[in-house]
Design a protein around this ligand. Structure first.
Ligand SMILES: [Zn+2]
Length: 231
């Protein structure tokens, strides 16, 4: 099996796992993985059960061109903007998972109200600004990627310390060094979103955790100082 086939299999499996993990319903959502100067992504509006891994579409990151009988996901230009800007991102997952999307629809970043959040994000889970009328009417999906990049740069957030973001009014984009990791991060956003929502329901005056506790949890799982796990 070629490397390209192996990646197509990963992408196919990750897309089917999106449904199994209940992060999306029907044919919503998409997963892509970078392969050299290309990305491999789900075809647009396809029921995965009726197809196989060979149908995954290979798209050039530089110009968005593809050679395939099937069109790539309509969200491909969003993925491309992220791959272009951040070389550390190897895979991207997009979902409309319920709790995270509810935060996105509320227009609120997810505050760090517990250590589960701090284990994976060194900040709040950010939210983009709302797109302008012009940004929606022209190259909407590309502008969604641009606004994600803009948000991370403005907040001076490294993508390695922030494995996913909320897009205002819309949903979740998560990433990682593999499709498996990106999918786990999309699942974590949903889990953290649900806990944050329930925490705020129990006590609307809940404050974010202390910075020192947040830093401790993030650093013990990530970066040079990590000591959690077996390696
Ligand atoms: Zn979407």
């Amino acid at each position: 099996m070629t490397e390209l086939d192996r990646i197509k299999q990963n992408v196919y499996k990750a897309n089917t796992d999106l449904v199994k993990k209940k992060l999306v319903i029907q044919s919503f959502g998409n997963v892509s993985e970078r392969f050299n100067h290309q990305c491999i992504i789900k075809p647009s509006g396809i029921e995965l059960n009726s197809t196989q891994y060979t149908s995954m579409v290979t798209v050039n990151i530089d110009d968005g061109k593809y050679k395939s009988p099937l069109k790539p996901s309509s969200d491909t230009p969003t993925h491309i903007e992220l791959y272009k800007k951040f070389s550390d991102i190897q895979s991207i997952v997009h979902t409309h998972s319920i709790f995270a999307t509810s935060w996105a629809q509320s227009g609120l970043a997810i505050p760090c109200v517990g250590t589960t959040h701090a284990d994976y994000w060194s900040s709040d889970i950010p939210i983009t600004r709302v797109l302008t009328k012009n940004e929606v009417e022209n190259e909407y999906e590309k502008n969604t990627g641009i606004v994600i990049v803009e948000t991370l740069l403005k907040l001076k957030i490294d993508v390695l310390t922030c494995p996913g973001i909320l897009v205002n009014n819309h949903g979740v984009f998560a990433w990682g060094k593999s499709s498996e990791e990106a999918l786990n991060n999309a699942e974590l956003i949903e889990y953290i979103s649900e806990m944050a929502y329930k925490t705020m329901m129990i006590n609307p005056n809940t404050k974010p955790i202390n910075k020192h506790l947040q830093k401790k949890h993030f650093n013990r799982k990530n970066g040079d100082e990590k000591y959690y796990g077996q390696n």
